[in-house]
Design a protein around this ligand. Structure first.
Ligand SMILES: Cc1cc2nc3c(=O)[nH]c(=O)nc-3n(C[C@H](O)[C@H](O)[C@H](O)COP(=O)(O)OP(=O)(O)OC[C@H]3O[C@@H](n4cnc5c(N)ncnc54)[C@H](O)[C@@H]3O)c2cc1C
Length: 484
């Protein structure tokens, strides 16, 4: 089964660091075990004839199933197939796992889909991306991205030696490949990824040759160190159902002179070419489309929890509570509508690939940065202090205080035990370290939200909106009394 093969593949000599210790066996470590079990089950869906068509498709050349994030959509049906596969994994994980690799796989699929156009950037690009795409697709490679450079001093740029030395750059070119040094700020899913897609959001100048590259880096590359944040994983599924299963680990990457074989160097040395690849519409639309499909599942989940909380404490009848629950439904409809609009307005690119409309996707990603924190705020407002009233453990229901527990924790419409379980689930969303990380994630995963909105404005065809305004303003006669 693919899930088991995935777990076994992770003992490949990678350098994963947690609390100062090099993790000897990633799948067996408590920090990763629950999350990897979730991924194992998701991967195995592709081997189950009853469900595999909901997440995968049969690759013609191999006759084997691959995840639909690798499917290049030429028809509406294929685009819908991609969308429903993203939805299926997201629903299975309540939208809490955003980097199940279907996002990064979609980026690779997009580059592959646009390979003819992108071959203008580099004569080897087309062959390299084709070979890598097929390898990733046929071997169920788990991928993640690491784009952002370390947060050292954001007021400085590459002209500053301190910055230039620490941001990822090429220190040597050899016949085998390039040797890179520096760091990347965050890669979610890093300890259990197979390969990192490495690029940068920097505003390059032509002179920044050694910082301009797009690479695919194996996680077990000698000299690569994966430095994890504190683990938020819990071993108690009863008390922390989300932290026990969905802690997608974030990590910083240190590249201590890592050799990247030429085969994995998609671009190097030309800032303009890297910027062109970064802005490729086909790849970005296919990848960002996954983000917003996943987001619907998460908003639905938080809304479901809010509904259940108000039901369990008898608060659903209050007008202001109803208004807030209605706001949560509005959030879901807004993102759902943007997903549908992006799919309905999909247009073929030069190669005939059906590309979802990016403008709607950008809007969903931008507005999404505000929706999730607001959804969490609403959950707090409608639940009041109930979240901290919950006892330290469900175990209290099975101890000497059992009768009193059942008596005093009783809910309006549910048993005491169910109510406490629900409050604990909600606390995992609003108050646990995992919950806080999720709020930060939704604010920032799509990049800096301030610049996200600003970029939407900058790239918009403004004349379409301003022309009717200027046209409405008529000329005034010389005496200022009549319109001409
Ligand atoms: C939980 C989590 C997981 C993540 N996972 C990944 C991942 O898997 N892969 C990945 O590549 N990235 C990942 N990221 C990184 C994410 O893309 C960045 O956090 C995001 O792009 C914002 O950049 P930053 O954090 O460096 O913030 P900064 O750019 O340092 O911003 C800090 C503040 O300064 C302001 N600011 C900074 N520079 C400017 C400027 N030039 N103009 C105007 N305002 C400015 C910002 O508006 C903000 O208020 C993750 C982030 C989080 C929180």
């Amino acid at each position: 089964m693919r899930g088991e093969a995935f777990l076994q593949s992770l003992n490949d000599g990678r350098n994963v660091w947690l609390e100062g210790i090099q993790v000897p066996n990633v799948p067996a470590h408590a920090a990763f075990k629950g999350t990897l079990e979730t991924i194992r089950q998701l991967f195995n869906m592709l081997d189950d004839p009853a469900v595999r068509d909901s997440v995968g498709y049969k690759v013609e050349s191999t006759g084997k199933y691959a995840h639909s994030s690798f499917l290049v959509p030429y028809t509406r049906e294929q685009l819908a197939q991609r969308s429903s596969s993203f939805d299926r994994w997201s629903q299975e994980t309540h939208g809490m796992m955003s980097r199940l690799s279907d996002y990064a796989r979609s980026l690779v699929t997009g580059w592959y889909a646009a390979r003819d156009e992108l071959s203008q950037l580099d004569p080897h690009f087309k062959d390299k991306i084709t070979r890598y795409y097929e390898q990733a697709r046929d071997n169920d490679l788990f991928l993640t991205t690491a784009i952002i450079d370390p947060q050292i001093d954001r007021s400085k740029n590459l002209d500053d030696k301190r910055i230039a030395e620490r941001f990822l750059h090429v220190v040597r070119e050899t016949s085998e490949g390039i040797v890179v040094r520096g760091a990347k700020m965050i890669a979610t899913g890093a300890p259990y990824t197979h390969d990192f897609i490495i690029s940068s959001f920097l505003k390059f100048e032509a002179a920044n040759r050694s910082h301009a590259h797009v690479l695919i880096v194996p996680a077990n590359s000698p000299g690569l160190h994966i430095v994890c944040r504190e683990s938020f994983a819990s071993t108690s599924e009863l008390n922390h159902p989300l932290s026990a299963n969905y802690d997608e680990m974030d990590a910083v990457l240190f590249f201590d002179d890592v050799l990247i074989p030429w085969e994995r160097v998609l671009l190097f040395g030309d800032a303009q070419k890297v910027l062109t690849l970064r802005d490729n519409k086909t790849a970005n639309a296919l990848a960002f489309h996954q983000n917003i499909v996943r987001y619907v599942a998460k908003l639905e989940f938080v809304t479901g929890v809010a509904f259940a909380i108000t039901e369990s404490i008898g608060a659903q009848g209050f007008l202001h509570v109803q208004e807030k629950l209605g706001e949560l439904l509005t959030q879901i409809d807004v993102i759902k509508a943007l997903v549908l609009a992006s799919e309905a307005q999909a247009k073929p690119d030069k190669s005939g690939v059906l590309v979802p409309e990016l403008s709607f996707i950008h809007t969903a990603r931008n507005i999404g940065t505000k929706f999730y924190p607001r959804a969490i705020e609403i959950l707090q407002q409608v639940g009041g202090g109930g979240f901290v009233q919950a006892p330290s453990g469900i175990e209290d229901f099975y101890g000497p205080l059992a009768d009193l527990m059942h008596n005093y924790f009783e809910g309006a419409s549910v048993s005491a035990e169910k109510k406490v379980q629900l409050l604990k689930l909600a606390w995992d969303l609003i108050g646990s370290p995992l919950g806080s990380r999720h709020e930060l994630y939704e604010r920032f995963y799509a990049g800096d939200p301030v610049r996200g909105y600003a970029n939407h404005f900058l790239s918009f065809d403004k004349e379409r909106l301003t022309a009717p305004v200027w046209n409405l303003l008529k000329k005034v006669s010389k005496d200022g009394k009549t319109l001409v």
